[in-house]
Design a protein around this ligand. Structure first.
Ligand code: FE2
Length: 198
């Protein structure tokens, strides 16, 4: 079976050696990820993965792990509303308090549960970074890298210095971006800023 034919729903029925192979090879994993989201979201994921890898190299973080975090971070941004109900089901089961949080963050909170359940993927660093990629209260380098890459990958077309600053000073870029995100959530979306501690 080619990885093009596999979806996350039938992943666990594969032989465990093949599962391991796919989970360790971004090229084999890409077709599964592409199936879970709109084409534009998939392009964004590829772009985020590349930025993650580039920043990781500059900050002594495993670039392969960073690439994988970028590739997988929006795995729960399903293409239609009906499937988004699945996110609520996951939260209701695993972490019901989060149902009080902003719906826009659900996909980040659910992704680690989803990936563990659908694929037995269990890299804690990557899952933690994905969990924190929308509102980030984690301060490990990989989380900060993914947070910055998601919000400033070139396809977003945002013209500021944050990505450039991140190449030299990750923490500074992170704090600048965090302020910008907090302002956006409060002022533009008019939603509560939700603490995301785990
Ligand atoms: Fe994203």
């Amino acid at each position: 079976m080619k990885s093009e034919d596999i979806s996350f729903d039938d992943f666990m029925s594969l032989d465990h050696k093949l599962r391991k192979k796919i989970l360790n090879d971004p090229e084999l994993l890409k077709p599964l990820i592409a199936k879970n989201m709109k084409a534009s979201r998939y392009k964004h994921s590829l772009s985020v993965a590349q930025v993650c890898k580039d920043l990781a190299k500059k900050h002594h973080v495993d670039p392969d792990k960073a690439y994988m975090a970028g590739l997988l971070h929006d795995v729960c941004k399903f293409p239609n509303d009906e499937e988004s109900k699945e996110l609520e089901e996951y939260l209701r089961y695993y972490d019901p308090d989060k149902l009080n949080g902003a719906k826009g963050i659900y996909h980040s909170w659910v992704a680690p549960y989803y990936l563990r359940e659908k694929t037995n993927f269990h890299d804690r660093d990557i899952l933690n970074a994905i969990y924190n990629h929308t509102i980030c209260n984690s301060r490990d380098k990989l989380s900060m890298i993914l947070y910055i890459a998601d919000k400033r990958e070139p396809l977003r077309g945002i013209d500021d210095d944050i990505l450039k600053i991140a190449e030299k000073d990750l923490k500074k870029a992170f704090e600048m971006l965090n302020k910008d995100v907090e302002r956006y959530i409060k002022e533009v979306k008019n939603e509560r800023f939700v603490e995301n501690s785990i």
